[in-house]
Design a protein around this ligand. Structure first.
Ligand code: ATP
Ligand code: MG
Length: 317
């Protein structure tokens, strides 16, 4: 089968997120009145939703439980026109769920994560999904077991597939092989880079160069409100964040990844694409939703030009 040039296959986590906000300071050992909200999460799912909203074709490969939450995730994928033909349904585990209990002021009182189902994203399941799906691009998060990630990278080394990865967290980045050959773009933050490399780096640029030396073709090392470093064979480039009024930082990294990948699919260079990514991330931190329901390419371009305009105004002389 000819790979479908404009389709991205996203592989990894899909979860139901529940936020409970206490009306009074949380007291343990008793019933606390709350207001509640449900949304959908998981890095691969969020990236897939952002990609769909930016107008590209996308499939999600993940694993859900045979339960209410799983059916809700599936129904939402259909609504978003995300291909869910390779979503596995597993009877023996609950759909991944993240519960945040917040104090009245929004601070996290405690979080509960039931992510055991992701251990069942096996290399066999991966091979089965990829045998049917033809895409030039794959995005995967490090929510899946190490052996599945290793298998994916081995497959990418043998095929002309562009493989993008997100580290997800400092423990999960350790699931990647030491040798990153086969990785087309690695997205990670400063802490994840330090965990993977095993030592602090003198600068994010130096960390990015070291990751390239480990075999990654491109690296996007994010620095929160300071922006990011994008590095490929032509060297590292520092890109500032787009100014934003933070409402909720959740989902910034996922939006950044999606917009960067869509821009690269549309032929932009890594640095140009990552610049568009910072606009998507800024729009996302300004929204309480982890994926903005109004995200679109025109909205991104407008956000970027606003920033360009502002920095132009600030230039001396
Ligand atoms: N306060 C902010 N203002 C503007 N942009 C931001 C802000 N925080 C993050 N961003 C943007 O989001 C990108 C990714 O953020 P960050 O480095 O925090 O990722 P992360 O630690 O992986 O977080 P996540 O939990 O979203 O995965 C940054 O490169 C930046 O462009
Ligand atoms: Mg992240």
């Amino acid at each position: 089968m000819e790979p479908e040039a404009s389709r991205v296959v996203c592989i990894g986590g899909a979860a139901v997120d529940r936020k409970y906000r206490a009306l009074d300071p949380v007291r343990p050992g008793t019933s606390n009145p709350v207001t509640s909200e449900r949304s959908f999460g998981g890095v691969a799912r969020n990236v897939a939703e952002n990609i769909a909203r930016l107008g590209a074709q996308v499939s999600l490969v993940t694993i859900l439980g045979d339960d209410e939450n799983g059916r809700a995730v599936l129904e939402d994928l259909r609504r978003l026109h995300i291909d869910a033909g390779h979503v596995a349904i597993l009877g023996e585990h609950a759909t991944a769920e993240y519960i945040a209990v917040l104090q009245p002021d929004g601070d996290l009182a405690f979080g509960l994560a039931d992510m055991a189902i992701f251990d069942s994203l096996t290399p066999a399941l991966l091979r089965e999904a990829l045998a049917d799906l033809s895409s030039a691009w794959i995005f995967a998060d490090c929510n899946m077991p190490s052996e599945t990630l290793h298998e994916l990278i081995r497959l990418a080394r043998r095929q002309p597939t562009m493989l993008a990865l997100d580290a997800v967290s400092t423990p999960k980045v350790m699931r990647l092989p030491r040798d990153l050959a086969g990785v087309g773009v690695l997205f990670l933050n400063r802490d994840e880079a330090q965990a993977f490399l095993g030592h602090p780096s003198p600068s994010p640029e130096a960390a990015a160069e070291e990751l390239l030396a480990r075999g990654a073709q491109r690296v996007v090392l994010t620095l929160g409100a300071e922006g990011l470093v994008a590095a490929d064979r032509s060297g590292p480039v520092r890109i500032g964040a787009v100014e934003a009024q933070v409402a909720d930082a959740t989902g910034a990294g996922d939006a950044l990844i999606a917009a960067t990948l869509v821009a690269m699919l549309n032929g932009r260079s890594l640095a140009e694409a990552a610049r568009l990514g910072t606009a998507a991330a800024a729009l996302t931190v300004e929204s309480t939703a982890s994926v903005r329901p109004d995200l679109s390419l025109p909205l991104l371009e407008t956000a970027l030009s606003r920033r360009a305009h502002r920095s132009f105004e600030r230039e001396p002389g």
